[in-house]
Structure formats: structure tokens, C-alpha cells
Design a protein around this ligand. Structure first.
Ligand SMILES: Cc1cc2nc3c(=O)[nH]c(=O)nc-3n(C[C@H](O)[C@H](O)[C@H](O)COP(=O)(O)O)c2cc1C
Length: 189
């Protein structure tokens, strides 16, 4: 595909979540790019059940909310997950969203925008790389890690280092688009 379609997944669903601010910061960066089309999937809207398929890997026909999720994931060529770090890992709602599908993820690249305290959500991102591989997602090296989130991003969504972080985000998106085109041409035909 000349213009890969990106799905940005917001993995924080709690009341008062900071993830919304991260998504609002990321939105104009993605929107400014001419090499990608994109949409946002807020996991709060999807309300996926815990793994419920009788089969593994899960296979169509999917039912109910999983069917809606499968169509959103299936039409994307690449993924960015915006994830907080909870107790040294990523949120359970995100594991449920990954496990619900398989074929829709296969041979597509994924990158992570993580945020947290001292480690900037990097433990969550690192765990996600391992999990992603099991559904044949292709986790890429570049990503965004927002350390000391409460201080780095103001309540109004302003970034302490906007130029730095926009640069890092665009490098991540450059590589993600490159992988998406390459995997589409080489593996997904
Ligand atoms: C249950 C829970 C566990 C947390 N554990 C961590 C953690 O392990 N590492 C970290 O850096 N921050 C941790 N935090 C702080 C979060 O980084 C911070 O609350 C952030 O705003 C969470 O993202 P959210 O607002 O989108 O939910 C934790 C927060 C919660 C609610």
C-alpha cells in the first residue's frame, strides 16, 4: 500500500485517565503526515469481553463486540498503542484486546507510545513487544516514552519538551510506515 492505514489504540480506560491527553497530543502529529491515513480506537468504547472464543487462535465468524473490534483491527496496516504503565506492566484491557484476534494482527508492524513515572512506561512497552510477537505482529524499535508523565505533560495537555517529543514521534511513524509498506509488499501480498 502506498499510504498505510494506521490504527492508534488508546489503552487506558479509567475515569480521569491521562491517556486522553497523550492521544490529544499525538493527534496533530499523525494528522500532519501525508504518508498515512489513520483512525483512533478507544478501548473504552469497545468493551471487549475476556477471551471467549471456543477456539485458539480465534477465528471468524466473530460475535458481538469482538466482530466490531476485528473489523477495526483488520482494516489497519499498522498500529500505535498509547499505553500507561500499571504496576510494572500494561493494562489488562489491552491484553484482552490483543488476545481477542489473531489473523487481523498478522504480519503488521506495531509501535508504542508509553507513559509513566521513572521508567516512562518502558516496562509496559517491553512486555508488549514480547506479547505482540505471539500474534505475529512486528514490534519496531522506535517508540515514544514519556517519563515523569505528571510533570512532563501539563493538565492542559502541553508537553514540557514539545519539539523533542514531536521529533521522536515522527521518527517512530517514519519507521512504522516503512515497515507497513514493506510487510504489505513482501508478506501480506
Ligand atoms: C493501578 C496503577 C498502577 C500504576 N503503576 C505504575 C507503574 O508501575 N509505573 C509507573 O510509572 N506509573 C504507574 N502508575 C502511575 C501512572 O503512570 C499514572 O497514573 C498515569 O497517569 C496512568 O495513566 P492513565 O492516567 O492514562 O490511566 C500507576 C497508576 C495506576 C492507576
Amino acid at each position: 500500500v502506498s499510504r498505510p492505514h494506521l490504527l492508534v489504540i488508546l489503552a487506558s480506560v479509567r475515569q480521569g485517565r491521562g491517556g486522553e491527553r497523550v492521544a490529544a497530543w499525538f493527534r496533530p502529529i499523525v494528522e500532519a503526515r501525508s504518508d498515512l491515513t489513520w483512525e483512533l480506537a478507544d478501548l473504552r468504547d469497545h468493551r471487549l469481553p475476556y477471551y471467549s472464543s471456543a477456539r485458539h487462535p480465534p477465528t471468524p465468524p466473530y460475535r458481538g463486540r469482538v466482530a466490531a473490534w476485528a473489523s477495526v483491527v483488520g482494516r489497519a496496516d499498522a498500529y500505535v498503542v498509547i499505553t500507561p504503565e500499571y504496576n510494572g506492566g500494561y493494562p489488562a484491557v489491552l491484553k484482552t484486546a490483543i488476545d481477542a484476534l489473531y489473523h487481523e494482527w498478522r504480519f503488521k508492524p506495531i509501535a508504542f507510545v508509553s507513559y509513566g513515572g521513572r521508567r516512562g512506561g518502558s516496562a509496559a512497552a517491553q512486555q508488549l513487544r514480547e506479547v505482540a510477537i505471539e500474534v505475529d505482529l512486528v514490534p519496531i524499535r522506535r517508540g515514544v516514552s514519556i517519563q515523569y508523565f505528571g510533570q512532563a505533560m501539563g493538565a492542559d495537555g502541553s508537553m514540557a519538551e514539545p519539539v523533542l517529543f514531536a521529533g521522536v514521534a515522527n521518527q517512530m511513524l517514519d519507521d512504522l510506515a516503512h515497515w507497513a509498506r514493506g510487510l504489505q509488499a513482501g508478506l501480506r501480498g
